[in-house]
Design a protein around this ligand. Structure first.
Ligand code: ADP
Ligand code: ASP
Ligand code: MG
Length: 408
């Protein structure tokens, strides 16, 4: 019993039949004495469809303000449909768009950050047994303009609401039975984790595991929201995201993430002098392009090579930009590759296990996969490889670390 915020993702509300099933599921919780607040995504494929139409008319960079008005419409449809389905079951439900509950964000269209949520209306509803059905993904800025939180952002809407309402749990209901050791669509033997720490989940999400929006994990960690990922249609305990506990299984590696939306740029033959990194990356930063990994080779004869990665959507702009500044920095060549992928292994256990990196490198060598770049932190190792090897690499590493088996 208690207050639960449940978020249903795109596949879970992908058809009217599924929406009716979701309504049944919500009704079941209420019948068992829970108070429920529901957050929904757009029907699966809908946000992509809207984005494609916007780009068709607005080119590569359609107005960010109008794109938010456009893409947020997907969630308007599903809150209404789910409310209708709940009413049909005899429950009282009420849909809410972001501006109706002052779900306030900053004005960064397409990647807005939540600032404040007014929960009075929702509280009144909850107290009267009404089930609020809130549109995920969208917000409103202080001008009253619609904003969106970034792709996958409904998870963050739900966690933020759970925090604001001091809910007992936030359930992310989706098309898999929890958080797995890796994407179960790539590795058949991927294993559901019964729990995972916030720290590890944040790394996995940030490194490409689509199952949770990175900011939702950040939020849940900061406001201590008990967060659970579970299947909408298959009953089960799912995966609880927890604070690190003494008793938790400590495998050397907890999970593997991959990202294929990356690209790399190499500036070769630049003078190995102070300030060169800033001259190369300065113009990139000035365009608000996010740089991920950076590698500078040891200089030979006063010259060096410099390689970094950006999101694939920023590849063309970045390459053009560096070709422009190449003369300025006396670079010999500027080249790029946008068919790369990043594979990362994550685990708090790495702190206490040695030889994890070696195992990664050995196994990739055995598979004949060339590592182009490496980056490490206390609890993760990431490698950049050719995109065509990404599935092979994930499967091989999953096997190398025995992730299909429960740790002893
Ligand atoms: P929703 O529409 O419900 O938000 P998403 O498609 O955003 O669902 O996220 C769920 C998907 O995340 C799964 O279908 C799965 O393919 C993918 N995924 C990637 N990594 C993992 C992982 N480690 N565990 C579970 N699912 C993962
Ligand atoms: N509908 C949005 C998207 O597809 C938000 C979400 O599903 O979380 O990105
Ligand atoms: Mg999602």
């Amino acid at each position: 019993m208690g207050l639960i915020v449940q978020k249903y993702g795109g596949t879970s509300v992908g058809t009217t039949e599924r929406i009716a099933q979701v309504a049944q599921r919500v009704a079941g919780y209420q019948a068992r004495g829970h108070q429920v607040v529901v957050v929904v995504s757009a029907m699966s494929g809908e946000t992509n469809r809207l984005v494609a139409m916007g780009r068709e008319l607005g080119g590569d960079r359609p107005s960010a303000r109008e794109m938010d008005v456009l893409t947020s419409s997907g969630e308007q449809v599903t809150v209404a449909l789910l409310s209708i389905a709940l009413l049909e079951l005899g429950l009282t439900a009420k849909s809410y768009l972001a501006d109706q509950i002052r779900f306030r964000t900053d004005s960064a269209h397409g990647r807005a950050r939540i600032e404040q949520i007014e929960v009075e209306k929702l509280r009144q509803d909850i107290d009267q047994g009404v089930i609020p059905v809130v549109a995920g993904f969208q917000g409103v800025n202080d001008q009253g303009d619609i904003t969106t939180l970034g792709r996958g952002g409904s998870d963050t809407s739900a966690v933020a609401l759970a925090a604001a309402l001091s809910a007992d749990e936030c359930e992310i209901c989706t098309d898999v039975e929890g958080v797995y050791t890796t994407d179960p669509r790539i590795v058949e033997g991927a294993r559901r984790l019964s729990q995972i720490t916030f720290e590890e989940m944040l790394e996995l999400a940030s490194l490409g595991s689509k199952v949770l929006h990175p900011r939702s994990v950040e939020f849940a960690g900061r406001y201590r929201v008990p967060l659970r990922v579970m299947s909408t249609f298959i009953p089960g305990p799912g995966t609880l995201i927890t604070l690190e506990s003494e008793t938790m299984e400590q495998a050397e590696v907890s999970g593997i993430a991959h990202a294929v939306d990356e690209a790399k740029i190499t500036v070769a033959g630049v003078p190995d002098v102070p300030g060169i990194a800033s001259k190369i990356l300065g113009p990139v930063g000035a365009k608000s392009i996010e740089v991920d990994m950076i590698v500078q080779n040891t200089g030979v004869d006063g010259m060096t090579d410099f390689t970094f990665t950006v999101k694939r959507q920023d590849y063309d702009t970045t390459l053009d930009l560096l070709k422009e500044v190449a003369a300025d920095i006396s670079a010999r060549t500027v080249t790029g590759d946008n068919a790369i992928a990043k594979v990362s292994i994550v685990g708090v256990g790495m702190r206490s296990h040695a030889g994890v990196a070696t195992k990664v490198f050995d196994r990739l060598a055995t598979e004949n996969i060339n590592i182009q770049m490496i980056s490490t932190s206390e609890i993760k190792i990431s490698v950049v490889i050719a995109e065509r090897y990404v599935e092979l690499a994930v499967r091989a590493l999953h096997d190398a670390f025995n992730l299909h088996q429960e740790p002893a």
